[in-house]
Ligand binder design. Structure first.
Ligand code: ISE
Length: 334
């Protein structure tokens, strides 16, 4: 039987998730949508033959819906994830799990109180084939212990709605999650330094920024966020191990020889770069939910991501090195 999915928030990523589920993936169908922008939400519902709910919580509690996807703006994530937990339904929430770190902790507590894991957080990089290759090599210690990581997160450009907290909280939050998963350990300290500013950054944004993390065992990570790189969307990750250096593979694009140059195109944005990761992520979520479990990034991962990002934000604003302190991982999430 098909999993009947309800999507709360039909803006950019909600709509693409809906489309991939209803046209490419198997075993699930988006049957209901809701959006605060009613006209827009209704037009999406009509286009994909879904039922439109004026109210997100009504959709969540409807007996026509088995599982929920939350793709609203960040400020509403906590409300709808909590409503799904209370309804006893599996819920997939785009990152971040909540707008504030306190909200992620409230979700962890609510989920634990209910006694059943229901929440998955959309940290899609864990499903990228390239990161999976790195994970296998690191896990098996094929080239010995990882010692240092050099990473870059480059976007083509952003407008003024992208503020100075966002390189950490909105962009490098992906590295915070995926590198912790890759190394299988938590972080100890965070620091953020400001290189010389690009002329393409708006007045209130320091761009680039470099975030430096150390893990509990002493691995040192630097991540360059260059959000107005002005050339494309480019994600780099170099893992320096004792016996070899491993680099994140890039998506394969045909190389072209033209005008006395060799050109290999680079992706334009994240939706292109991680398209396969999104497909695998949602297919695995559907499969797991149908089998009555969840196995992707959990609300605990959402909580750890938020705590780490908030420490990095504090480090950025105070221009100091900040210790990352959090609670012990409960057995519930181990
Ligand atoms: C955006 O919100 C994302 O999640 C993308 O993956 C990231 O690359 C981009 O920088 C963010 O703004």
């Amino acid at each position: 039987k098909e999993l009947r999915i309800g999507v709360v928030g039909t803006g950019a990523i909600g709509r693409t998730h809906l489309e991939r589920i209803n046209t490419q993936l198997q075993g699930g169908r988006v049957v209901a949508v809701s959006d605060v922008n009613k006209e827009f939400g209704k037009s999406v519902a009509e286009k994909y033959g879904c039922k439109f709910f004026e109210d997100g919580e009504e959709l969540i509690n409807s007996d026509e819906v088995d599982a929920i996807i939350v793709t609203t703006i960040d400020a509403y994530h906590e409300q709808y994830v909590s409503a799904s937990i209370k309804a006893g339904k599996y819920v997939f929430c785009e990152k971040p799990l909540a707008a504030e770190k306190e909200g992620t902790k409230r979700i962890v507590d609510l989920e634990m109180a209910g006694g059943k894991k229901l929440v998955t957080v959309g940290f899609m990089r864990r499903y990228d084939p390239g990161y999976k290759q790195l994970k296998k090599l690191v896990e098996e210690r094929t080239y010995g212990e990882p010692l240092m990581l050099h990473c870059a997160h480059r976007n083509y450009g952003v407008d003024e709605s992208y503020d100075n907290s966002m390189p950490v909280e909105n962009s490098m939050i992906h590295e915070i999650d995926v590198l912790r998963w890759l190394l299988d350990e938590d972080y100890a300290t965070a620091e953020v330094v400001y290189p010389k500013k690009t002329k393409y950054a708006h007045e209130k944004l320091q761009d680039p920024q470099i975030m430096i993390l150390t893990t509990k065992s002493g691995v040192r990570i630097d991540v360059e966020a260059f959000i107005n790189s002005h050339y494309g969307y480019d994600i780099k990750c170099e893992v320096c191990c004792e016996e070899g250096i491993v680099n994140l593979p890039e998506p394969a694009n045909a190389m072209v020889r033209t005008k006395a140059a060799r050109i290999t195109p680079i992706c334009e944005d994240w939706s292109q770069r991680f398209v396969e990761a999104y497909n695998v992520e949602l297919q695995e979520w559907i499969n797991a939910v149908k089998a009555g479990r969840v196995d992707g990034p959990s609300s605990w991962d959402g909580y750890v991501g938020a705590i780490t990002a908030s420490a990095a934000s504090k480090a950025r604003d105070s221009q100091t090195i900040v210790k990352i302190e959090m609670e012990e991982c409960p057995d519930f999430y181990k």
